[in-house]
Write a protein of this length. Structure first.
Length: 335
């Protein structure tokens, strides 16, 4: 058992489903405390609003002041919450940990952020390719500890799209979820290429407004508004495949959710995906658009035999907590 006293600092991203989100790390227990954005003045402002920078600044300032009460402070979304241009001060008694989520090459003020990362005692990344990039491009050591996820609990309910249509279980139903790092230009082309295939129906959840607007005109796409957790998980459980046209990947909640619900995925063969996705034939992978279209043309109804759910269990949060405990102990005791 760890004797480390730990402060987790971060936020709950409400765009995630109930079982998703990295804030589940705060269930670690083991003599830990939690400081969240929602604890700050105006801390319930949506993350998409620019004015959220004010409560984010409050959060980071309070975290810096409180860190000296703890052996370790862990910024769970540090690439969002940390004040720009202000590194964390080194201390032999009070260690600092940051988890990096975002694509380093796409972030603003990259040079400053790299400089800030050098001040941390431990950098945690959510994919092996992130660790490789940090080492090869910036000379930074990091540790890959996977994102955790527990099996969703939900009530099976009827789900209808914006026009009141229900999923037709006689069809091959392909669901696509989310916005972050999605290649929706590819998605549009794939939908268009299969307009004449009467056996396939696409289901679109949580996409950008412009994508939803365009897809509403397609007869083979069911577009959904905001779904509650029961509706969302019910839709995933009834679909045949989850198609994620990812351009970049570390941890992906939709991927983890799908596997726990025994829903096979159609995924690009890119770094980051392999850290979480079960290998073929449990999931299906493509390298080119032509491969993807040929794959979709060949799809039949999926067979759900429990193998994906069994594979997903390795990412249970309790397993991740054990990995974290070893890391925290090594920082405190120099193991």
């Amino acid at each position: 058992m760890s004797n480390c006293k730990i402060l987790f600092s971060g936020f709950r991203d409400h765009s995630h489903s109930k079982a998703g989100g990295y804030d589940w790390i705060t269930g670690y227990g083991r003599d830990s405390d939690v400081l969240m954005l929602s604890d700050m003045p105006f801390g319930n402002i949506p993350l998409q609003k620019w004015i959220v920078r004010m409560p984010l600044a409050f959060l980071d300032i309070v975290t810096r002041l409180r860190r000296y009460r703890y052996d370790i402070v862990h910024l769970i979304y540090g690439d969002v919450t940390m004040l720009r241009f202000l590194p964390y001060r080194k201390s032999k008694k009070h260690r600092t940990v940051i988890t990096v989520h975002m694509d380093m090459e796409r972030r603003k003020f990259k040079k400053s952020f790299i400089s800030q990362l050098r001040s941390f005692d431990k950098i945690i990344v959510l994919s092996r390719c992130q660790a490789k990039e940090l080492k090869e491009r910036y000379g930074l050591d990091s540790e890959f500890i996977p994102h955790g996820f527990d099996c969703p609990k939900y009530k099976n309910v009827e789900v209808r799209d914006e026009r009141g249509n229900r999923l037709d279980e006689k069809m091959v139903n392909i669901v696509t979820v989310g916005k972050m790092y999605r290649d929706y230009d590819l998605y549009r082309r794939v939908v268009s290429a299969h307009t004449g295939n009467d056996n396939i129906r696409f289901h679109l959840v949580g996409a950008p407004d412009d994508v939803k607007s365009e897809c509403r005109a397609s007869g083979n796409v069911y577009v959904y508004g905001r779904l509650g957790d029961d509706e969302y998980y019910s839709l995933l459980s009834r679909a045949d495949y989850c198609f994620l046209p990812l351009m970049f990947a570390t941890a992906n909640n939709a991927l983890l959710e799908s596997q726990y619900l025994d829903l096979p995925l159609i995924l690009p063969l890119i770094e980051g995906v392999s850290d979480y996705a079960a290998p073929a034939p449990m999931n299906r992978f493509y390298s080119t658009e032509s491969e993807l279209n040929a794959m979709i043309n060949s799809l039949g109804k999926s067979v759900k035999d429990g193998s994906l759910a069994a594979y997903a269990s390795r990412f249970s949060w309790e397993n991740i907590y054990k990995r974290l405990e070893a890391t925290y102990n090594s920082l405190k005791y120099g193991q």
